[in-house]
Write a protein that binds this ligand. Structure first.
Ligand code: NAI
Length: 324
């Protein structure tokens, strides 16, 4: 049975994510950590009659206790976007929060799997890798990009209502903001029949889907419910993988997790990047394998990969050169 800590548990993502994790089989313990409001959230969630034990921890003095004997740490702590902001605008505040939380993880549960939801994912995952130092295990670090493929399959259904959105798999690689998000609609399964115009519009909508929510919430934040669903899906796959039921998910990961598998994506356009969103086969020890694509992407997609790689390099450098 698996123990999960959610850092940022009382937030817009944290709360619905906990609700879904409380319903996820295989999770024995949920440790909720935040700097505010977490007692109420934990007490509420704890009344749901599944067997998962819920405990809360509030404020920095309880952070180490929250991380004791934890297998998976999910981080959604930080600030979210307001209208007019890019994910990059969140960098300064969220980088310092992630830095401090990772220092605590390195001390209290250095072997834990770490899933980063907080934005900008493209820059924060490299910070986590740096701060972990000698404890860094590239097979256990994930930037959660699941929402991009969740959106992709749903947005396709908006223009092709005969398609079952829950069955449609759209590979989305690269990174997790704007141009760095590269949906590979040509490799969707089942296969899609889309015009060049459909593809261009869908790609743009998937890349900037987050902005639709930021605008609709009028200053009250960004994706929370759909994000919680996406993160819960990713964590459920990881929990299943611990039991030996291997799953493939997409995440922004260190390519060092599987240098051999990474070669395919390096040739495809990732070049010398250290981090890239790729399909990963999850196993009991985390990333078992970086899985090559089933076929060569279209020329349009290859161009998008090039653009993404350039922007992603800047985002990664911002993370690797960050000092707290
Ligand atoms: P929110 O503001 O509702 O919640 C953030 C929570 O973090 C708050 O409860 C706050 O008290 C807590 N927090 C702040 N500093 C902390 C610290 N030092 N230690 C522990 N907790 C701390 O924000 P929301 O909507 O939950 O979003 C969280 C993050 O997730 C944002 O950075 C947002 O951009 C990102 N996000 C990521 C997505 C993805 O696809 N990866 C999608 C949508 C949002």
């Amino acid at each position: 049975m698996v123990s999960v800590a959610v850092l940022g548990a009382a937030g817009g993502i944290g709360q619905p994510l906990l609700l879904l994790l409380k319903l996820t089989p295989g999770i024995a313990r949920l440790n909720l950590y935040d700097i505010v409001n977490v007692p109420g959230v934990a007490t509420d969630i704890a009344h749901i009659n599944t067997n998962t034990k819920v405990e809360y921890f509030i404020g920095q003095s309880q952070l180490h206790a929250a991380l004791q004997n934890i297998d998976i740490v999910v981080i959604s702590a930080g600030i979210a976007r307001k209208p007019g902001m890019t994910r990059d605008d969140l960098f300064n505040i969220n980088a310092s929060i992630i830095y401090e939380l990772t220092e605590a993880i390195a001390k209290s549960c250095p072997q834990a799997h770490i899933a980063i939801i907080t934005n900008p994912v493209n820059s924060l995952v490299p910070i986590v890798a740096q701060v972990l130092g000698k404890n860094y295990n590239p097979q256990r670090l994930y930037g959660v990009t699941t929402l991009d493929s969740v959106r992709a399959s749903r947005f396709v259904r908006d223009i092709r209502p005969q398609i079952d959105a829950t069955e449609l798999q759209v590979p989305v690689i690269g990174g997790h903001s704007g141009n760095t998000i590269v949906p590979l609609l040509s490799l969707a399964r089942p296969k899609l029949d889309l015009s060049a115009k459909d593809i261009e519009e869908l790609v743009n909508r998937i890349q900037y889907g987050g902005d639709e929510i930021v605008k609709a919430k009028e200053g009250a934040g960004s994706a929370t419910l759909s994000m919680a669903y996406a993160a819960a899906k990713f964590i459920a796959s990881l929990v299943e993988a611990f039991k030996g039921i291997s799953k493939v998910e997409y995440a922004l990961v260190p390519l060092a997790a599987d240098p051999q598998g990474a070669q395919y994506f390096r040739r495809l356009g990732a070049g010398t990047l250290e981090f890239f969103a790729v399909p990963i086969q999850l196993g009991p020890d985390g990333i078992q394998r970086i899985v090559p694509l089933e076929a060569q992407p279209s020329l349009f997609e290859l161009k998008a990969i090039d653009i993404a790689a350039r922007e992603l390099q800047d985002n990664i450098t911002k993370g690797t050169t960050y000092k707290s």
